[in-house]
Design a protein around this ligand. Sequence first.
Ligand code: ZN
Length: 474
Amino acid sequence: MQPLFEVFCTGTRASRAALERRWRKWRGEEASGGRWVLEIRVFGKRPRRCVPDGCRETDLAGVVCSLGCKIVELSVTYLGLPLHSGAIPKNKVQGLVDKVVARLPAWRGSMMSRGGRLVWIKSVMTAVPIYAMMANGIPTWAREEIEACCRRFLWAGADASVRWLWLQRNPADDGRAWTELPLKVAPEVRCLFHASTNFEVGNGQRTLFWKDRWIIGSSVEDIAPALISLVAKRTRSSQSVAVALQGNQWIRELRGGFSVQAISQYLKLWDAVREINLSPSTPDRLLWRWSSDGHFSVRSAYQLLHEGSLHLPEIAIVWKTWAPLRVKIFLWLAWRRRLWTADRRRRHGLDARTTCHLCNTAEETCDHLLATCSFSLRVWDGILSQLGLHRPSLTDCNSVLGWWQRVRELWPPGARKGGDSLFALVTWEVWKERNARCFRSEASSVDAVVSSALGVASEWVRAGAKALGCILSE
Ligand SMILES: [Zn+2]
């Protein structure tokens, strides 16, 4: 029988007994006529029902007064969700999802390291809905939405920054608060933005003459690269098409001697811009190249940044290896070929060196850098000779995964855990060396990298890498 009303009480035996006593007393006074069902609900337990033999229907206030409880509107919330005898309505669960989403803005993700984001998701974010999940269980759609939000937060970064640039440069958003905001954006993101956008010139006021792609999908930089170095940096990043075309101002910006190549490119550019007529009443339009309607979407930016992803079941080994979280994430990215090596930069239309930063001979790819590069192999030689081992051969091995498996075979099954930590450590040190050469122009010798790796290894051992300690002390 459906209860006419529900009484919630705390779970102690005394409080339940008191409630039942009052109920019986009230029945004794008022009993006759209609049927009343008192249902005492205790959180997390089966409801206990007292069905009186016969009660005359009376006003609710009388019952409430005799039971000594309060009338509250359902829903009463507990752990953020309404107490309900049936399924919880969708709009109530949505509130819980919104709470999680509010704590995970993607822009905040771009200010934290990947390791920090993962810790934040695991220890903070997944704790928000956990009580609700234990008490009521939450529907699948809500769980998937929370997971998707956590994923977006973990991988936030370039796609969020591209969105900022889009908002800042879009003439449709002119005069908004963020237009003049001095944004600090990584050079890769800026290049990605330029490679992904075109301008349709109207009055030419919001389009940069030297940098933006506005001449039939090309920029001045594309048409006349030799001329760019003759223009002052400040002019390049500020002169609009409207200003540059007024009385051919752009020609006066060219300073210094012209090479033969620059002269031919100048003539080409002259031809390209000569025919352009500005229409003062139409504002410029910014177009996103990766969507059919020309509008920016985070989804397309995300896909662009993460293209070529593949599923590798063996990847679980990365997470089992003892290494600091940021190193594990680095290994995971390396395994999935997602590090920003020269090949990947070129795939995204960015500038990149033609040869490897370490050996200066082959093309820089993830697999080359961490597995087959002669510099990395010499680092491995140095490390393994310290342990009295010889480096395995590279025959038929041309990927990070293949190389890892080859190195694993050096150790007996009981010592492989330590071997995995060592692999993580050496590849991390090689990557750091590559970055030092690439971004700071600081090159170290093989011996310096080996001794730095051994120093870091002893730090890892002190921090808890016992298996690594075992193989180093042998
Ligand atoms: Zn190399």
